[in-house]
Design a protein around this ligand. Structure first.
Ligand code: NDP
Ligand code: 8X3
Length: 251
């Protein structure tokens, strides 16, 4: 059987890790990426009972490290059929006048430029084979700006613009490009955004937030459509959420 190979960035936590589990269930070979080596090893150990797994430890902000890591893939993992550009986070939640420039750099460098570096390292082989699927994990924040969300929302708007740009430019080569845009998902996202502050604890309280596995199932659905079907753009909220600022909570 000719099994597909997927490269997932941000596979050490949340949506990326759940997607690795979901893909493994369906026999997809995995290249799992992230900065936390120990977690990569733990996930590899768990999933290699079901599929073939290779891990790559690099920071997507580091252009050279990104290209070097992807170039280092052993032959059996070199041909990437599916790229899940998922690595990313929000850093801080502040009005623009109080924003921390390190937080701004992190969000633009990871969510936007990191996605570009990883894509640039993989697109040439997809073009050469005239096949491939790139799924970018955007956000409802890429469709709607909310108070204090300024730079994170801008980074996710950029992800959607890049998704459209990639789809147009890669169209002649038969490469699918799409975005999955979740609302509130209970992951380590808020721990990172609030830097471990207690504010993170309230984000998913009082309603049922989306779980990482909900998004992972949708990602698998998107990558398992027939060759002529491309899920170009999909917005997913928890039922309790109507938009970025309207969430029905029972406290
Ligand atoms: P998590 O914090 O649980 O996971 C983030 C992942 O990104 C981790 O695996 C982390 O790995 C990786 N990552 C972060 N920075 C870097 C970096 N510099 N280099 C390489 N990898 C990095 O959050 P989620 O699972 O929720 O987030 C995944 C994606 O989903 C993000 O793009 C996020 O913006 C998006 N999203 C999340 C939503 C939510 O409500 N949770 C809603 C909408 C979109 P490591 O630290 O090991 O490097
Ligand atoms: C994550 C969802 O609403 O916290 O992208 O920005 S939100």
């Amino acid at each position: 059987m000719n099994r597909k190979t997927a490269l997932i960035t941000g596979a050490t936590s949340g949506i990326g890790r759940a997607t690795a589990h979901e893909f493994a269930k369906h026999g997809i070979n995995l290249v799992l990426c992230g900065r936390r080596q120990e977690r990569l090893e733990t996930i590899k150990k768990a999933l290699e009972k079901t599929t073939n797994v290779h891990v790559l430890n690099f920071d997507v902000r580091d252009k050279d490290a990104t290209f070097k890591a992807i170039a280092s893939l052993p032959d059996e993992f070199k041909a990437i059929d599916i790229l899940i550009n998922n690595a990313g986070n929000a850093h801080g939640l502040d009005p623009i006048q109080n924003g921390d420039t390190d937080d701004w750099d992190a969000m633009m460098d990871i969510n936007v430029k990191g996605l570009l570096y990883v894509s640039k390292a993989i697109i040439p082989q997809m073009i050469a084979r005239e096949s491939g699927h790139i799924l970018n994990i955007g956000s409802s924040a890429g469709k709607e700006v909310y108070p204090k969300g300024n730079v994170y929302c801008a980074s996710k708007h950029a992800v959607l613009a890049l998704t459209e740009g990639m789809r147009i430019d890669l169209n002649p080569f038969g490469i699918k490009v799409g975005a999955i845009n979740p609302g509130l998902v209970e992951t380590e996202f808020s721990q990172v955004r609030f830097k471990g502050d207690a504010a993170a604890d309230t984000v998913y309280k009082g309603y049922k937030a989306l779980q990482a596995e909900d998004i992972a199932e949708i990602i698998y659905f998107a990558v398992s459509r027939p060759a002529h079907v491309n899920i170009a753009d999909l917005l997913v909220f928890p039922t309790a959420q109507a938009n970025s600022t309207t969430v029905k909570k029972e406290l």
